[in-house]
Design a protein around this ligand. Structure first.
Ligand code: UDP
Ligand code: MG
Length: 319
C-alpha cells in the first residue's frame, strides 16, 4: 500500500527496456530537481522490461529516497504504465517524462514556474520541432491528429505527447476515468481543465537504440485513439451501406430498363463480378468497424485491471 504523503512534485517516467538510458535519465532529472528546493519523487514505472537493470535501479533508490520504482508484472504498454505512475503519484504537480530524454528535463523548472504564475491546471508541452524523427513519422503523426480531431467531439491537441505538468485536481479527475482502452492523450484532453501550452524543441532519442514505440504499436494506438473517442466510424459504415444500397437500386433499375427496352443480353459478367467484390468489400469493412467497437465493449465488460504491480519499491524496500 502507498502511504499518502504530501509532496510538491512527482515525476513519472515509464521505462521499457531502457537499459542504456535509465541511469542518464535519473542523473539529469535528479540534477534539476535537486536545485529546486521542493519535496519531490521520481517514479520509474518499469513496464515489464526484459533486460535486468531493475536491480541497479533499486540500488539507486536505496541511496536516494526520492526515487521510487513501480515494477509491473509484464509489458502492459506505455499507456498502462503511465496510468500506474499517475495512480501512485503523490505530488501536488505531476510531470510525465519519457525515459529517452526526448522531453528535456531542463524544462521542468519553467513548467513549474508557469503552473504557479499562470495559475493553470495543466501545462502542456507542444513540440515546436521534432529532431531525430523521420519525415514519414512526422507526416503520419500530423495526418493522424487531423483525422482524429475531425472525428471526435472534443479537441485533442496536435504535436503534443504525454510530456506535461498536471496539478492534483487534474490527476484526480484522470483517475476517475476507468476505461481499459487507454488512449492517454485522448483521456488527458477529455478532462478539459485550464491549460497553458508551452512550446519546446523535441530532442532525438538519447542512449541510442530504437524507439520502443514501433509502427505497429503506433498504428494500433491510432486505431485505439479513434475508436475510443469517436463513434463516427460506425456512422461511416452506415453511410457506406446507404450509398451502396442506393447504387444497387439505381443500377438495378438501369438493368431492368435495359432488358425491357433493348432486350436480354447475356453479357454483364464483368459488372456482376465488379459489383460483388465492391459490395463484399464494403460489407467486410463495415463488419470490421463494428467488430472494433464490439471488441472494445468486450474488453471493457471484463473489468480487468489496467496494470498489475509486481513490486513497489521505495528506499530500496518493497513499499
Ligand atoms: N515505453 C513503455 N512501454 C512500452 C513502450 C514504451 O513504458 O511498451 C516507454 C519508453 O521506455 C519511453 C517512453 O515510453 O520512456 C516513450 O517510448 P519511445 O521513446 O519508444 O516512444 P516515442 O518517443 O517514439 O513516442
Ligand atoms: Mg522516444
Amino acid at each position: 500500500m502507498v502511504l499518502y504523503m504530501k509532496l510538491d512534485i512527482s515525476i513519472v517516467i515509464p521505462l521499457y527496456n531502457e537499459k542504456n538510458i535509465y541511469n542518464m535519465c535519473y542523473k539529469r532529472v535528479n540534477f534539476i530537481l535537486n536545485k529546486l528546493n521542493r519535496s519531490y519523487e521520481i517514479l520509474f514505472v518499469d513496464d515489464g522490461s526484459k533486460n535486468v537493470y531493475l536491480n541497479e535501479l533499486v540500488e539507486i533508490s536505496k541511496l536516494d529516497k526520492n526515487v521510487k520504482i513501480i515494477s509491473l508484472t509484464r509489458n502492459f504498454g506505455k499507456e498502462s504504465a503511465l496510468t500506474a505512475g499517475i495512480d501512485y503519484s503523490q505530488g501536488e504537480a505531476v510531470i510525465i517524462l519519457d525515459a529517452d530524454l526526448q522531453d528535456p528535463p531542463e524544462l521542468i523548472p519553467e513548467m513549474i514556474k508557469t503552473w504557479e504564475e499562470k495559475d493553470v491546471d495543466i501545462v502542456l508541452m507542444k513540440r515546436k520541432t521534432r529532431n531525430g524523427e523521420t519525415f514519414t513519422k512526422k507526416t503520419t503523426a500530423n495526418k493522424f491528429y487531423k483525422l482524429i480531431n475531425s472525428l471526435s467531439s472534443f479537441h485533442i491537441p496536435e504535436d503534443v505527447g504525454d510530456f506535461r505538468l498536471m496539478n492534483r485536481k487534474s490527476v484526480e479527475a484522470l483517475k476517475k476515468l476507468p476505461e481499459r482502452n487507454r488512449y492517454m492523450k485522448g483521456l488527458f484532453a477529455w478532462i478539459g481543465m485550464n491549460t497553458y501550452t508551452m512550446e519546446y524543441d523535441r530532442e532525438p532519442r538519447t542512449g541510442g537504440g530504437k524507439a520502443k514505440m514501433n509502427y505497429v504499436k503506433l498504428i494500433n494506438l491510432a486505431i485505439e485513439g479513434i475508436t475510443s473517442f469517436s463513434t463516427y466510424p460506425l456512422r461511416i459504415a452506415l453511410f457506406l451501406g446507404v450509398f451502396s444500397a442506393l447504387f444497387g437500386f439505381v443500377f438495378g433499375m438501369w438493368i431492368i430498363f435495359k432488358t425491357l427496352i433493348i432486350g436480354e443480353i447475356v453479357k454483364g459478367y464483368t459488372s456482376t463480378i465488379a459489383l460483388i467484390t465492391f459490395l463484399g468489400g464494403i460489407q467486410l469493412l463495415t463488419i470490421g468497424i463494428v467488430g472494433e467497437y464490439i471488441g472494445k465493449i468486450y474488453l471493457e465488460t471484463k473489468q480487468r485491471p489496467i496494470y498489475l504491480v509486481k513490486k513497489f519499491i521505495a528506499q530500496g524496500k518493497n513499499g
